[in-house]
Design a protein around this ligand. Structure first.
Ligand code: SF4
Length: 373
């Protein structure tokens, strides 16, 4: 889809989204406030508007209110360790899974996309996928209410992508993504198959599906909904809903946190001591001098340290507010603040990594199970 400045939002290499309002206009994303009062016990992402928008979330909420089945569908590209953006998606999945006993999760390991985008072999990406699945299990995903699979071994998904190619032209894909290698177009079509899979006959037919995604994935949701509309008569698809979260800043403060920029990246696999060092060197919203900071206060909105607290590591809203106020009033200085957050994050990582170890065998087993072939 061409944005107003005549560029495409490229889900494979977008660096930053400067204007979320214009993204919402372009992709028909509604503000989350339009449905927030229907979501029970909103999690921190919803309360803090990190999950800022949605498409058709009301369809899923209606199923929740009527105690009917719905599916939470999302996935991960197994090209590297779980970073903080993956953690938001995972926790959104887990949150919507826990909201109802009728909620199932469909979690896709997008190894075809890793093959097309990162030129990684399926064997290589499988090793990473095992780690990724252990991460989401350690974060709290209930495997008994989840279907976890790799694209490359799921014949249903591949068959669906093949079927869609009959009605998708180069012009349609170019209009959404710009001029890309066919491997990436193919991975986008396979992803359409992933999102629509839970509504096929083998998965008990049409039902509401919510897809939690980063804002940079909006073109995939657009393509999926366009294709679902085309095949609505044949399959009875309900157009999938989506919930969008903001992109996570790199610790360098310059762009989106990405596996392609190691120094700005914080992952759940990071050695806690390495993570601590990265945080101590991270970009802050501090002033040039101590006296200026005491006088004017810091700028938490620009600060990656504050983002670590607010987005990722502190559940308690009052604690976040206290840190915010101590920053803008000039009471806190960046050195002390970074040391506090660095220790907090290092402790989180130590705890998470210990827990994740316990799930490695299960993760391996889940990925070896070839259901739905
Ligand atoms: Fe960021 Fe803390 Fe400095 Fe404020 S005091 S700008 S939150 S590091």
């Amino acid at each position: 889809m061409t944005l107003r400045n005549n560029t495409h939002l490229d889900p494979w290499s977008v660096k930053d989204i400067k204007n979320y309002s214009s993204l919402m206009d372009e992709f028909g994303i509604e503000p989350i406030e339009t449905v927030l009062d229907r979501i029970p016990n909103p999690n921190k992402y919803l309360r803090r508007r990190i999950s800022f928008g949605h498409v058709d979330l009301g369809v899923v909420l209606e199923a929740l209110e009527k105690n009917e089945h719905y599916v939470v569908m999302s996935g991960i590209k197994p090209s590297g360790p779980f970073h903080l953006g993956s953690k938001i998606t995972a926790e959104e999945i887990i949150y919507f899974q826990k909201l109802s006993s009728k909620a199932m999760v469909s979690y896709c390991i997008a190894d075809y996309e890793t093959y097309a985008d990162n030129r990684m072999s399926f064997d290589e990406s499988l090793k990473i996928a095992v780690e990724n699945v252990a991460d989401i299990l350690a974060l709290g995903l209930d495997p008994k209410k989840a279907y976890i699979y790799r694209q490359s071994t799921n014949k249903h998904v591949l068959d669906m992508a093949l079927a869609f190619t009959r009605d998708v032209t180069y012009n349609m894909l170019e209009a959404i993504y710009g001029d890309k290698p066919f491997g990436l177009y193919m991975s986008a079509l396979i992803q359409v198959g992933d999102i629509l899979l839970p509504q096929t006959k083998d998965f008990k037919g049409p039902k509401p599906v919510i897809v939690p995604v980063g804002a940079d994935q909006a073109p995939h949701i657009r393509l999926t909904r366009d294709i679902a509309r085309k095949y609505q008569e044949e399959y009875g698809f309900i157009l999938p809903s989506a919930i969008y979260h903001k992109l996570v800043k790199s610790l360098t403060g310059t762009a989106k946190m990405s596996k392609r920029e190691p120094m700005g990246l914080l992952t759940l696999n990071d050695n806690p001591e390495v993570a601590r060092k990265k945080i101590l060197e991270a970009f802050t919203g501090g002033r040039e001098t101590v006296s200026l900071q005491r006088k004017l206060g810091g700028e938490p909105e620009k600060c990656t340290i504050y983002e670590l607290l607010m987005y990722h590591f502190v559940e308690d809203d009052d604690k976040v507010k206290t840190r915010y106020e101590a920053c803008v009033s000039g009471k806190n200085l960046c050195g002390e603040c970074k040391a506090y957050v660095a220790e907090f994050v290092a402790e989180y990582l130590r705890h998470h990594q210990k827990k994740r170890l316990q799930y490695i065998d299960l993760a391996r087993k889940l990925l070896q199970t070839k259901t739905a072939t």
